[in-house]
Design a protein around this ligand. Sequence first.
Ligand code: LM2
Ligand code: CA
Length: 476
Amino acid sequence: QFDTNYASGRSGMVHLFEWKWDDIAAECENFLGPNGFAGVQVSPVNENAVKDSRPWWERYQPISYKLVTRSGNEEQFASMTRRCNAVGVRIYVDVIFNHMAANGGTYGTGGSTASPSSKSYPGVPYSSLDFNPTCAISNYNDANQVRNCELVGLRDLNQGNSYVQEKIAEFLNHLIDLGVAGFRVDAAKHMWPADLGVIYGRLKNLNTDHGFSSGSKAYIVQEVIDMGGEAISKSEYTGLGAITEFRHSDSIGKAFRGKNQLRYLSNWGTAWGFAASDRSLVFVDNHDNQRGHGAGGADVLTYKVPKQYKMASAFMLAHPFGTPRVMSSFSFSDTDQGPPTTDGHNIASPSFNSDNSCSGGWVCEHRWRQIYHMVAFRNAVGSDAIQNWWDNGSNQIAFSRGSRGFVAFNNDNYDLNSSLQTGLPAGTYCDVISGTKNGSSCTGKTVTVGSDGRASIYLGNSEDDGVLAIHVNAKL
Ligand code: LM2
Ligand code: CA
């Protein structure tokens, strides 16, 4: 369950937060597939409580496991997995089974009703027998409380109960039948690892009709926020699957905000307290910490700080550590605000500009040239190791990935202007950050590598993007 099941030659997962299934299917065909992306994390697929103001977080309040949400119905979901898999893009579902809707969640997006105050959810069905006794989580130094009490009043399911295990496994297996490649397990820290082990053990192999090789297991990434100093640690979960590495988000934010010198990134990885590379899902920001929900550091970078955000994203994608996930947001000012709608309820589709960017309230970080070109960089360099590390003793760094790609960053308040070893074969390359390769020309800066592999690298401190990247597929 650590294998991402990515199609070969692809990398980069994107969280298309609150997108509709039909729009994701089109995005796989029109953009993600052609640009080398490997997968999409989709918002929760099962029926959730309808809240008056339609905040984004209503989707974290399950009412049943019927596949009906504001993103679409089961037929649309099934069509999306088929269309995305057909173009080599895998689907990962955000699944919520620590809890059900809190008090006040009386009806769902699929027409089911519920009575959270009496712990009754007939759409599953669950009754009070399936839940832990009511108590609130207040002390994160008490593992029993964190796992057996309620997170912000959300009715806490007992995953040790065999009927509950059965219902959850049925839900996940249904998604496997529909062609998904894996799951993001919401609130995993709030469930006992042993119970998760039982549930994961009941999962079917992935559906070979969708192109998975026989015997493939679902990729599992468990949401465990472990910044240290609490009773529960991520190491309790890394034997079962990958975890969301929140320290990566925190550390990369601090570095590119200038609170830590970039030269220290030379040993980026487990030395920073991260889980092993294949157990770490890494990200600059996620749907919670970009708006101050959940936890994971006050220094998180988001689309609202674009220059540093692009630099941090480029570093994450250029570096071999972890399985990177790119956040794709809708713009917000209020932290509860839901996605763009047509009428206050129905989610609006994104619209696209000629430069690939989005409008209509969608930020689409994954369509920023500097970000999707770095997915192509990651695919071009494959498994080649980091070589030719260089730094100026503070915030200018550069490295190559073997002899296939080279990247440089300038986070100092003066220009980077140095002759550096790129590791690349001689030739002229298009900088994929400032431009796009178009046949034998480049719309941005070019870099000329000499027969000794050296090139003169210039990154002005007032440039839009403090990063430059070249790779073998961007040779002119
Ligand atoms: C997660 N991971 O463990 C999600 O990533 C996170 O987005 C979820 O919280 C959380 N766990 C539960 O699935 C979000 C949001 C909360 C929101 C909950 C439930 O961050 O603010 O809580 O979803 O919708 C909301 C209200 C809260 C209220 C609660 C219950 O914000 O004030 O608590 O509903 O009514 C009384
Ligand atoms: Ca729990």
